[in-house]
Design a protein. Structure first.
Length: 334
């Protein structure tokens, strides 16, 4: 008699089902669908619109090309994978940031929706030909996303540089550099100063630690520690840059020591005062001789001349005759 003849054939399928249930319990559960709940959505993206937003066809950045005084247009895509609306605020940054304009700076994207936001880039008339970069930043939902922008500006390049407002003050030479062209410049400066007896300063052209954007003006100073104490000088500044840009300007100054000049000035004033006083005393009297009171002796002599004229004939008539005078005339009568 077979001992297994009364065993039920349905026990094996039950055992297999139990083993399968145990295996499923040990496997990790699949990720649940994103449910943002009442808070802000997460995982949103910002990309250049068009050309495919995912995969190989997605644009890595926005590329724009144009000439000065033109307006270039493109679009951005904001994707909200959450169930609640997403609000983002857009802004431009970098060299191209001030030229960016958005159709709306604040954009609200519904849940599980993608919104395309138009924007434009206005190239100014004085923009330098060449390339520049920038970024568009979007902040919202507790995160921030950025898209790079590359701009290519065409047109002829004009390099122009001027030196202005040169001033020599003591041991300092002040001046201003102005970029009059449409291309950025890295200027070099040469300084020369000539005095009465020759060259006092001769510095060859050297690069300045700055870059002049088109239309930019910058005021600078050049030290001159060994400036002369007594001289009349002419200082000439020459600025050069790539593209043939060149500017030149000059200024004059007189260096005079203060203390010796003050003392010499006082001596000169004293000498002039002494000469003036002497000249005043020695000047001729143009008013003519002035009448003076007659002297007593002169009055007596004048009176004698009137009483005793000096005419020769009168003198002859008044002289006594030759011979002795009569005694009666000389003494008493007897």
């Amino acid at each position: 008699m077979n001992p297994y003849a009364n065993r039920s054939p349905s026990a094996l399928p039950c055992l297999l089902g139990l083993l399968a249930a145990l295996l499923l319990a040990l496997l990790p559960a699949p990720p649940a669908a994103a449910d943002d709940g009442p808070g802000p959505p997460a995982g949103w993206t910002l990309r250049p619109a068009g050309g495919g937003n995912t995969g190989r066809d997605a644009r890595p950045y926005v590329y724009l090309e144009g000439t000065p005084e033109t307006v270039l247009k493109d679009r951005l895509s904001v994707t909200n994978p959450g169930r609640t609306p997403l609000t983002v605020r857009l802004r431009g940054e970098g060299a191209a940031g001030p030229w960016l304009r958005f159709a709306a700076r604040t954009v609200t994207v519904p849940g599980r929706t993608r919104a395309d936001v138009p924007f434009s880039l206005a190239v100014p008339g004085n923009a330098a030909p060449g390339g520049l970069t920038g970024e568009i930043a979007a902040a919202g939902g507790g995160a921030e996303q950025r898209v790079r922008i590359r701009v290519r500006i065409g047109g002829p390049t004009l390099a122009a540089l001027t030196v202005e407002d040169v001033e020599v003050s003591g041991r300092t030479i002040r001046y201003a550099l102005v970029n009059r062209g449409n291309a950025p410049l890295r200027p070099r400066l040469a300084v020369r100063a000539d005095g009465v007896f020759g060259t006092l300063l001769d510095r060859p052209a050297r690069p300045l630690p700055l870059e002049l954007a088109p239309g930019r003006r910058v005021e600078l100073a050049e030290p001159w520690p060994d400036a002369p104490a007594l001289d009349s000088v002419t200082v000439r500044l020459t600025a050069e840059a790539e593209g043939g840009a060149r500017g030149e300007a000059a200024a004059s100054a007189a260096y005079v020591p203060v203390v010796p000049v003050a003392g010499g000035g006082l001596l000169l004033l004293g000498a002039l005062a002494a000469l003036g006083t002497r000249a005043y005393r020695q000047r001729p009297d143009r008013r003519g001789p002035q009448p003076t009171a007659p002297d007593a002796r002169d009055v007596q002599e004048d009176r004698q001349e009137r009483e005793d004229p000096q005419d020769p004939q009168d003198l002859h008539d008044r002289q006594p005759a030759d011979g002795p005078r009569p005694l009666a005339k000389a003494g008493a009568e007897s």
